[in-house]
Design a protein around this ligand. Structure first.
Ligand code: NAD
Length: 312
């Protein structure tokens, strides 16, 4: 898969997964905007060094890249990132929304502000950059967008802000996917798994009730970000086979994450006691639906209610 003539913005690309995605795309011919605020893990701070170092690394390997240290968390920062791509390379084809912060916390200590700081980067950050590039992508009838979620989307008592944002990032991506389809734009979500500064700290893992990593040197080369990037490259390529999907990748495994709805129990007029008595039918996973959009979700429900309506 080649990316000659393609231009990619990779956010949070000064370290970890973003750096790996940027290098993988550059190796295959893409010109890259290496964005990274150069922040602390919890967010904040600022250092143009990491983005510049990765841009230099790409150039040293014979590729083309420009560094940018604006924050994705503001519309102005996002505009500046997209402008950097247009000014330097004249186009944008691919956006890998990867920038992320993590500040553990759960009730009773976690605050609304702490949740907001995660939403600002993971959700609004992806939205801001995508929105800034959207008219350009629509005009050209082409785009490949990836939004980075996390296994945190399943929920965590210890990572309330992070999990909330990573769940919202999925529905953001699915909504943009439906909007992009008529314009040749795909938007997919990524659930990565790799040993970066974000996940290796043993104290962090213990506090978050995460299983300890297997014994050995950290980071383990067999659990590096480069085992995630092939999925990102595929989702960023013109041959990307999916839209609105959530794909997981890491440590040599590739899989799909999806939201489903059971067929459920169709029986109007039940009392709560009756529902409890037939709980097995409510949650039975046989024949579940996997709606891609709100409209498909509504249609799935209507299809299950239809036989009963016909009887009335
Ligand atoms: P990392 O901390 O090494 O890299 C994240 C980068 O994002 C940092 O370099 C940071 O400076 C940058 N960043 C933070 N806020 C920014 C902002 N407002 N604007 C621009 N850049 C900003 O962590 P990582 O593990 O490489 O994480 C990359 C992405 O993958 C994140 O979205 C993270 O939540 C997600 N993720 C990682 C894992 C994993 O196993 N490492 C698992 C699930 C999800």
């Amino acid at each position: 898969m080649r990316f000659d003539d393609r231009v990619a913005i990779v956010t949070g690309a000064g370290r970890g997964l973003g750096r790996s995605h940027a290098l993988a795309l550059a190796t295959r011919g893409a010109r890259i905007v290496v964005n990274d605020l150069g922040g602390a893990l919890a967010g904040g701070g600022g250092d143009p060094g990491p983005a510049q170092a990765v841009a230099d690394e790409i150039a040293a390997a014979g590729g083309e890249a420009v560094a940018n240290a604006d924050s994705v968390a503001t519309p102005e920062g996002a505009e500046a990132i997209v402008t950097a791509a247009l000014e330097r390379f004249g186009r944008v084809d691919i956006i890998i929304n990867n920038a992320g912060n993590l500040d553990p916390g759960g009730l009773p200590g976690v605050t609304a502000e702490a949740i907001q700081r995660h939403v600002d980067v993971h959700v609004l950050g992806a939205f801001n950059v995508t929105r800034a590039a959207w008219p350009h992508l629509v005009d050209r009838g082409y785009g490949r967008i990836v939004i980075t979620s996390s296994v945190g989307l399943f929920g965590s008592a210890h990572l309330v802000g992070y999990s909330t944002a990573k769940g919202a990032a999925v529905s953001l991506g699915r909504s943009l996917a439906e909007a992009g389809a008529p314009h040749g734009i795909t938007v997919n979500q990524l659930v990565p798994s790799a040993e970066t500064r974000m996940v290796t700290d043993p104290e962090f893992r213990a506090n978050c009730n995460l299983p300890p990593l297997p014994p050995g040197t950290r980071p383990d080369p067999a659990r590096g970000p480069e085992f995630v990037s092939p999925m990102v490259v595929l989702l960023a390529h013109e041959s990307c086979p999916v839209n609105g999907e959530t794909m997981t990748a890491g440590i040599g495994r590739f899989a799909r994450v999806f939201w489903a709805e059971t067929r459920g129990l169709v029986a109007p007029g039940l009392e709560p006691e009756d529902i409890l008595a037939r709980w097995g039918e409510v949650v039975d996973e046989e024949g579940y639906g996997v709606p891609a959009t709100t409209a498909e979700g509504v249609a799935f429900r209507e299809s299950l209610l239809a036989p009963q309506a016909a009887e009335r």
